[in-house]
Write a protein that binds this ligand. Structure first.
Ligand code: F0G
Length: 457
């Protein structure tokens, strides 16, 4: 059969509110034209994030009931630790309430002001945690990553020559660790090849620089390696994941992505001295080391979810959805990051609105038009999220203006995606009417969450 079906059936439903265009115009104005400030129930198809928004399986719901809520040494902790250890092979496992808590502990224990942390591309919370320590979060994506139309198989890779140059320029002493984000969320959900991970590891090993994987979408990356990299086509995903982690000295994880859970994360490492420091801070910030910031039942759901994410049929279906979207939208002519990434479709707002200045935030224009057209909530990954102020206080745009439509795991069906295509098509046809935006309120850190906009006319 050619039709790839959802490899599950639905046992419980959750109603979606159908709103009118007028309702949505009013809701967006009340939210200061920032979709983060909308009520979720006013979003018909909510693609703001694939983080913590997935549907759990029957096995996970059953596991919840086994949750052991003992403060220390619970059975649930043992099951969580067994899953994490099997997949990552790391001796030290620290549960956290989500990914950024793992990042914060790592940054606080290891970084000093003026340090440099290279990555293929830092996610916003990773960057913020590093900058909060006075260190520099440096993005070193491969060159293909800047060409949204280039059909390269591993556009999430790091530019290894740039990494060498960075070490030569700053010295290994200034680089307490380097990271690789798999898949590269900020760069379009694009995968990292095993060959690139190996090369990065070998450069770092020459200089004794620890290598940390931001593993949020490790299972999606393992699937891409299997499909696209020579020598992996018959390997089980768990083996590919294990090979990835074997290259690293540690990892940060948000279990809200490929843990298939609604909350949770972890920090793992090999170094005993680091683990000791991490554990002390974990107790201070998150909780006793056998639960982190999590309930026993969360640990259970994650223990099951981490393994389910490595189910091949699940990954085939998940990637088929993204590829279907990219194929249909390409046929209409909508510019987007290609090839298809792992967890989302990334529209290229700069190419959609070529006449608009980057600091009029074309990505916000497209996000808001999608909401008004069909109640679809997307997110801007452009100059609002990743722009910065230079030494003179002048706002500098981001290199790309992307709009991410992130797909929650096991939540929406084929007809939801067909509806989504119709909404995007309408926005594309009527793109000349999309206005620019101006920020009227912003905090100094992570401004995209609470900021307010007004329309430029
Ligand atoms: N690293 C990456 C690559 C991420 O995508 C995220 C979260 C985090 C770290 C932080 O994890 O949310 O559990 O604290 N990304 C979400 C997103 C929020 O929408 O892409 P967290």
């Amino acid at each position: 059969m050619h039709t790839i079906i959802e490899p599950f059936r639905i046992k419980m439903t959750e109603p979606l509110k159908i709103t009118s265009r007028d309702d949505r115009v009013a809701a967006l104005a009340a939210a200061h034209h920032n979709v983060f400030l909308l009520d979720a129930e006013d979003c018909c198809i909510d693609l703001l994030t694939d983080s913590g928004t997935g549907a759990m399986s029957t096995e996970q719901w059953a596991a919840l009931m086994l949750g052991d809520e003992s403060y220390a040494g619970s059975r649930s902790w043992k099951r969580f630790k067994a899953s994490v250890t099997e997949i990552t092979g790391m001796p030290h496992v620290l549960p956290t309430h989500q990914g950024r808590a793992a990042e914060a502990i790592l940054a606080e224990c290891v970084l000093n002001p003026g340090d440099i942390v290279p990555n293929n591309s830092h996610f916003d919370t990773t960057r913020a945690n590093i900058e909060y320590r006075g260190a520099v979060a440096l993005n070193l994506p491969c060159l293909e990553a800047f060409d949204t139309q280039a059909e390269a198989p591993f556009k999430g890779n790091m530019d290894v020559d740039a990494l060498r140059a960075c070490i030569a320029e700053h010295g290994a002493d200034k680089i307490p660790f380097a990271m690789m984000t798999v898949t590269n969320n900020t760069g379009g959900g694009q995968p990292v090849s095993m060959a690139n991970l190996r090369e990065v590891k070998s450069v770092l090993a020459e200089h004794d620089i620890p290598f940390i994987i931001d593993a949020c979408r490790y299972a999606e990356n393992a699937y891409f390696v299997r499909e696209r990299e020579e020598g992996y086509s018959d390997r089980p995903l768990i083996q590919i994941a294990q090979e990835m982690f074997a290259l690293a000295d540690g990892a940060t994880m948000s279990c809200k992505k490929d843990g298939l859970a609604n909350i949770g994360g972890f920090l793992v490492c090999r170094n005993d001295a680091w683990a000791e420091q991490f554990r002390n801070l974990l107790i201070l910030r998150e909780g006793f080391p056998t639960y982190g910031g999590l309930a026993g039942r969360d640990l259970e759901a994650i223990a099951v979810g981490l393994r389910e994410a490595l189910d091949y049929d699940y990954q085939v279906y998940r990637h088929a959805t993204v590829e279907y979207m990219v194929r249909r939208l390409t046929a209409i002519g909508v510019p987007m990051v290609r090839p298809a990434g792992g967890h989302a479709v990334f529209l290229d707002a700069r190419q959609m609105l070529p006449a608009m200045e980057p600091l009029q935030y074309p990505g916000i224009g497209v996000v808001n038009a999608l909401y008004v057209a069909g109640g679809v909530r997307a997110v801007e990954l452009g100059s609002v999220m990743f722009g910065h102020f230079d030494d003179k206080g002048v706002e500098q745009p981001a290199p790309l203006e992307l709009v991410r439509l992130a797909f929650p795991r096991r939540v929406y069906t084929q007809s939801h995606f067909d509806y989504l295509i119709e909404v995007i098509e309408q926005v594309w046809r009527e793109r000349d009417a999309i206005p620019g935006h101006r920020i009227t309120f912003q905090p100094s850190l992570l401004r995209h969450f609470p900021c307010h906009f007004e329309l430029l006319k």
